[in-house]
Design a protein around this ligand. Structure first.
Ligand code: WTA
Length: 665
């Protein structure tokens, strides 16, 4: 457990209290529709059982067979070497992930198949790229990177909106063995400079602007602000999304993507990568103020994202696949770019907001492009429910055959709505549990084989051995909450935190010796189905986005008027969790509504709008234990229920309770 703070369980999802459990009891079961199962890769639970058993008893055989479905320029010597915290997969093997995602489909005669369908936010802007066209664009951009001095192993930061060019930039890095570090386009300037400096990126790829609810988001200007403190960045390559906007360009550092691409050849060979060569770094929030740069490597990540996409989405040649996540998150890396493209799928990318210009935009897109597989977040589903059922009923949605969710627990009622109103009761829903650290799906139903239960991520993927344990590492009986761990290494797991092997070992492998600690609470029912219960550490999940409470606290205390701050999550109907901040001001300063707004805005400016506190309360001091730890449990209770009834015996200053209650607004 987190040792920084007392009572570190978040958002009421206590892993060891019965109250959350009882809310989540759910007895409805939905077997795979017969028609779906008849054409699925895996057609029955029996077939699944046999494959799962074999994958656990003979993991090396199982993963070797999966790896054989991809192209390797040199076969591996050993499937798995070593174990936690630094297992190595497919050692001795050589491959290129861009080759597997693009070239090999063209070489197999499928170059005319559409790889990417881009739908811009302004209605009517659509750009389709076939696999052959994608191959040309990727090679050109790989040559642009080379022309800017990028070599194998160099880090390239990418800060863009959802465009085909973002996928192209990512694939171009993979092609030449550069390590991409994609920074979500919603992050603020400060977050960009932190990430650029942490892994020492010398080249940044960005775009002029992107549309969000009709308004331009000037990405390049945000990059410029971020790079003010990054003098080592020598090149900024800018994709021009919208020529009608003026974009400031810095002479000697900045260049336009299209001008650079016109100067280079359209042929660029793939670099031969070792299986364990790093593929990318992706930053995620942890329990300290500093985001962790998780490092994913090439071979194992390729194999698991390929295989999970194939089986969990049951992907076939005629599917039109749409994952609504941004490429800036792990879901976009694994299930917009690498997984589906390795499977030769047609992938849809959408630039904008779900409610622009109207609240039925997503359903319009599904019908316009005949989307067959739609993968989204529970928070989006809850927003659709709010928009009203007429928005979705206006559309046919007849092309859909499979639905998926990711990012947070889905409440059974939202699941039922998705099933009924979007899936018309004949699309299986795959609730996929996994993390930035795991690289690919870990718990998820195989849709032709495993019956689903609303709110459960169901059973483990092949080769994955989860368990629910007590803090001491003892097994928890069925139907009781505990800590979710993974017992054995899997191919797509992160290998380290950039520059900090020790922090990696400490954060994930010290809690329960011998196991990977997920940071999530869960229970397993008598049928072997897992039910996720939320984070058990100081990470909160706002609309499916992971945020560290410490990160937001650090931003708050960086404000000159703030003396101390504590941030907790509280349940929120729409976002899953909302951010509640408690702030004590520097001596002599008075709280005011104005200052409250200023501080909320400050956090948005420091980290990004997604981290803006929903509630912000002033308090003379924060509740602490006698040993000086902030009692977040009390703050959480106050933020959630408006009162404090829990155990306060370790509180240092009891008079504070009354003050906290008084401050409750
Ligand atoms: C949560 C996103 C319940 C969980 C892929 C995890 C989920 C964190 C689910 C990882 C799910 C993700 N059901 N909770 N299906 N999927 N989570 O790294 O708390 O952004 O630890 O990866 O999201 O968030 P991350």
């Amino acid at each position: 457990m987190s040792t920084n703070n007392e009572g570190s369980t978040q958002g009421g999802a206590t892993a060891d209290s019965g109250s959350f459990d009882s809310l989540m009891r759910e007895n409805r079961v939905f077997p795979p529709p017969a028609e779906f199962a008849s054409r699925a890769w895996i057609k029955s639970e029996m077939e699944w059982e046999a494959m799962y058993r074999r994958s656990i008893e003979h993991p090396e055989l199982f993963w070797a067979e999966a790896a054989e479905e991809l192209s390797w320029s040199k076969k591996w010597d050993k499937v798995l070497e070593g174990t936690f915290p630094d297992p190595k997969w497919f050692t001795g093997g050589k491959l290129n992930l861009c080759y597997n995602a693009v070239d090999r489909h063209v070489e197999a005669g499928r170059g005319d198949k559409v790889a990417l369908i881009w739908e811009g936010e302004p209605v009517g802007q659509v750009v389709k790229l076939t696999y052959s066209q994608l191959l040309v664009e990727v090679q050109r951009f790989a040559n642009v990177l080379k022309a800017h001095g990028v070599k194998k192993g160099d880090r390239v930061a990418i800060y863009m909106g959802m465009t085909n060019e973002l996928a192209i930039a990512v694939l171009a890095c993979a092609r030449i063995g550069a390590i991409h570090s994609v920074i979500f386009g919603g992050f603020a300037a400060h977050a960009i400079s932190d990430r650029v400096k942490d892994c020492d990126c010398r080249v940044v790829v960005t775009q002029d602007m992107s549309y969000r609810r009709g308004a331009p988001i000037k990405l390049k200007e945000i990059v410029d602000a971020g790079l003010e403190s990054c003098p080592d960045v020598r090149s900024v390559i800018v994709y021009q999304r919208e020529p009608k906007f003026e974009t400031p360009m810095k002479a000697g550092r900045d260049s336009w993507w299209h001008e650079e691409a016109a100067k280079v050849s359209a042929e660029c060979p793939c670099a031969e990568q070792e299986a364990e060569d790093p593929l990318f770094i992706l930053y995620t929030s942890g329990t300290t103020g500093k985001p962790k740069g998780l490092v994913h490597t090439t071979g194992g990540y390729a194999v698991q994202t390929y295989l999970t996409t194939k089986y969990v989405f049951d992907i076939h040649d005629d599917d039109i696949y749409w994952c609504s996540a941004d490429i800036g998150w792990i879901t976009g890396h694994s299930y917009v770019v690498y997984g589906p493209l390795q499977n030769g799928a047609t992938v849809l990318l959408y630039e904008g907001a779900p409610n622009f210009p109207e609240q039925d935009r997503f359903w319009q897109i599904v019908d316009d492009h005949k989307v067959t597989i739609f993968y989204t977040a529970p928070t989006a589903i809850r927003a659709f429910i709010k928009f009203g059922v007429d928005k979705v009923r206006k559309h046919s949605l007849a092309s859909l055959r499979l639905l998926g969710t990711v990012g947070e627990p889905i409440n059974p009622e939202a699941w039922m709505w998705f099933h009924r109103e979007v899936g018309h009761e004949n699309c299986p829903i795959v609730d996929t549990w996994w993390q930035t650290e795991t690289g690919g799906h870990m718990l998820a139903p195989i849709p032709g084989a495993i019956a689903t239960k609303p709110g459960s991520a169901t059973r483990p993927f092949f080769g994955i051995e989860p368990a629910v344990l007590t803090k001491e590492g003892d097994p928890v009986p069925n139907d009781h909450g505990g800590l979710l761990v993974i017992r054995k290494p899997w191919p797509s797991m992160a290998r380290t935190i950039w520059g900090d092997d020790e922090r990696f070992a400490q954060a994930y492998f010290s809690e329960i010796p011998g196991c990977y600690f997920t940071g999530d609470g869960a229970r397993c029912d008598a049928d072997g189905y897992y039910w996720l219960m939320g984070r058990v550490d100081d990470v909160i999940n706002v609309s499916g986005h992971r945020l560290g409470t410490m990160e937001i606290e650090s931003a708050l205390v960086a404000h000159p008027k703030v003396a101390e701050a504590a941030v907790v999550g509280r349940p929120d109907e729409l976002k899953g969790q909302a951010i509640a901040a408690f702030v004590s001001l520097e001596y002599g300063l008075d709280p005011s509504d104005e200052l409250k707004q200023e501080l909320r805005q400050w956090v948005a400016k420091e980290i990004g709008a997604l981290a803006r506190p929903d509630d912000l309360r002033f308090t003379p001091i924060l509740p602490k234990t006698r040993s000086g730890k902030i009692m977040r449990r009390l703050l959480r209770e106050l933020a959630t229920t408006g009162d404090i009834k829990g155990d306060t015996t370790t509180l240092e200053d009891f008079s504070l309770l009354a003050k906290l209650r008084d401050n409750d607004d």
